[in-house]
Design a binder for this molecule. Structure first.
Ligand code: FJE
Ligand code: FE
Length: 293
């Protein structure tokens, strides 16, 4: 490879905060100090224990990617789409012009996972909603020299994910045994980050200091990432990259558009059950039907 490897330019520790109804998230992208990392709007490492969860709420203008780490979450939407994702499973939801759904715990104990919000360009904000779901057993996995990678989106070690990414994106889940080293190409024009799930690792340069779990590392320019596990425990992290959209972002909670006018229109559409929110008028999720929120 001819270009330079990417190095770490900023580092954040994601501390727990409350979101939804009693849910706890470690938010890295989307918090005050890092409002947007084009095209990424939010990265949450979430933790929910019943009765906590994310009851009926809308989305418009972006995609949500939910990747389960532990336990299970049931989602239901206003079109009657319903399903449960368990540890290792993936749901890639394109909200497009509008989704209203609930995301609630589906088993005892604590459900953990990652949720990433990926922006859509102005041309794609109002597309039809779409789901892509992959069960854990069907996620491509490759291993080589102490490195195992699960390919959520994009490609690695010669294997490719079937997920279609409207905004070009790569999402790889790496596990490195003690002593292992990895190298992964990342397109030069893309923004990319690492989020550490478990253990500690050295990223970018072999001689840099190591980073532990729940840290987000923003990567600088370059054409690949190098990482080392110099510890005696397993290292697990995700590497995510995306093509920047380069357009203005106006966000109002779960609605992400390009202008304030479009946000005002979206709030009206939601309140009047129009332009994609028609089915929200009489819908309430089964999970929240008997409850008051
Ligand atoms: C949301 C607050 C929220 N992170 N991680 C405001 F919490 C949410 C939301 C989530 C969410 C859901 C899951 Cl399953 C996992 C999450 C935030 O639902 F959409 C808004 N607007
Ligand atoms: Fe949601």
């Amino acid at each position: 490879m001819s270009g330079d490897p990417r190095t770490v330019v900023r580092k954040f520790l994601a501390r727990p905060q409350h979101e939804g109804a009693g849910a706890v998230v470690r938010r890295s992208i989307g918090r005050f100090e890092l409002k947007y990392f084009d095209p990424f709007l939010v990265l949450d490492e979430f933790s929910i224990t019943a009765p906590a969860g994310f009851p009926d709420h809308p989305h418009r203008g972006f995609e949500t990617v939910t990747y389960m780490l532990q336990g299970a979450v049931t989602h239901e939407d206003f079109e009657g789409h319903k399903g449960t994702i368990e540890a290792g499973d993936l749901q890639w939801m394109t909200a497009g012009r509008g989704i209203v759904h609930s995301e609630m715990p589906a088993s005892n104990g604590t459900q953990k996972g990652l949720q990433l919000w990926i922006n859509l360009s102005d041309r794609h904000k109002m597309i039809e909603p779409r789901y892509q779901e992959i069960a854990s057993t069907n996620i491509a996995e490759a291993s080589e020299d102490g490195v195992t990678v699960r390919i959520i989106a994009g490609e690695s070690l010669g294997m490719q994910s079937p997920i279609y990414t409207r905004t070009p994106t790569m999402f790889l889940d790496f596990t490195l045994e003690p002593g292992a080293y990895m190298q992964q190409p990342v397109p030069e024009s893309w923004n990319a980050f690492v989020y550490i799930l478990e253990g500690e690792g050295v990223f970018g340069k072999s001689r840099s200091s190591s980073t532990t779990a729940h840290h987000l590392l923003l990567l600088g320019p370059g054409d690949r990432l190098m990482a080392w596990n110099k510890s005696s425990k397993m290292l697990r992290f995700i590497l995510v990259g995306g093509e920047p959209i380069g357009q203005p972002v106006v966000q109002w909670g779960p609605f992400v558009m390009n202008t304030q006018e479009e946000i005002d229109q979206t709030i009206q559409d939601f309140e009047n059950f129009e332009n994609g929110f028609e089915k929200a008028r009489y819908w309430r999720s089964e999970a929240t039907q008997d409850q008051e929120f």
